[in-house]
Write a protein that binds this ligand. Structure first.
Ligand SMILES: N[C@@H](CC(=O)c1ccccc1NC=O)C(=O)O
Length: 259
């Protein structure tokens, strides 16, 4: 028998043995996704006296230091601490739940007169309208089209990547979406003179900060996942920082028919 999860007055089942991992791996080297001019991930072998933290080099154990840039090296989740001067606003304090109902929606960005590619509110609304149940749960996963595999390794820095229309962020707030996940480096334009309009809109910062709300960037949603409803598990590290490398996992939700 499969476990059930309640949503909107109905009961859904999911299969814990059928996870869809929508995170990108963090690995050393230049062949990994990268944005905002981050240095590649680096693992350094620790040496203390005669000890070497490498079994391959004769040590008893592998023992390495990790050099990682959460916003630039791969899938990461952030809280409004990303745009606040307060160092106490950390993701580890803001994110207190880890299981959510999510809707996956796929949308192509729209070329703008200045050449920018932008995911527009009306296109997200149109994509939602094609789904049998249009309701927006507490999480929205945005897959941009085309969903090409090179996206998993793209070097985004200096390429003016696709971003979202701030009106889309406002819409998500109105709809009560607390967790927004997308396969882009940022919800905002790479270079916008520090405006970060969509970040500010999504977190309602500084007027009324949505403390529990998170944005997860640089996900990759495999083709096998169809648009629809999922159970979403967001796993993070307990770093007391505005952001953490993260591992979002989707489980397809199946509606249990009423008898
Ligand atoms: N667009 C911003 C920079 C920015 O958004 C940013 C810079 C470094 C690391 C992450 C960033 N944004 C991520 O969402 C600016 O032009 O100041």
């Amino acid at each position: 028998m499969l476990p059930t999860y309640p949503y909107a007055g109905r009961t859904y089942t999911f299969d814990p043995a059928a996870p869809i991992d929508i995170s990108l791996p963090l690995a050393p080297g230049a062949d990994q996704v990268s944005c905002f001019w981050a240095e590649p991930v680096q693992f350094d072998t620790i040496r203390v006296g005669s000890f070497v933290g490498s079994v391959a080099q004769g040590g008893s154990t592998n023992y390495q230091r990790v050099h990682v840039t959460p916003h630039g090296n791969g899938t990461h989740t952030e809280c409004y601490g990303h745009i606040s001067p307060d160092p106490a606003v950390t993701l580890n304090q803001c994110l207190r739940r880890f299981l959510f109902v999510a809707r996956l929606v796929s949308v192509a960005p729209c070329p703008q007169p200045n050449g920018d590619l932008v995911v527009m509110l009306t296109d997200v609304q149109a994509a939602l309208a094609t789904q049998p149940d249009r309701s927006l749960p507490e999480a929205l996963v945005l897959r941009t089209l085309p969903n090409d595999l090179p996206k998993r390794r793209r070097q985004y820095s200096g390429t003016n990547p696709t971003y979202i229309e701030p009106a889309l962020a406002h819409f998500l707030v109105e709809q009560g979406v607390e967790h927004f996940l997308l396969d882009l480096p940022s919800v905002d334009r790479e270079e916008d003179a520090g405006q970060l309009l969509a970040h500010h809109a999504f977190w309602q910062y500084p007027a009324a900060p949505r403390c529990g709300a998170t944005i997860t960037e640089l996900i990759f949603v495999p083709e096998e996942a169809a648009d629809g409803l999922y159970l979403l598990n967001i796993q993070i590290t307990s770093l007391e920082l505005d952001a953490s490398p993260s591992k979002p996992i989707l489980y397809p939700l199946a509606l249990v028919p009423l008898d």
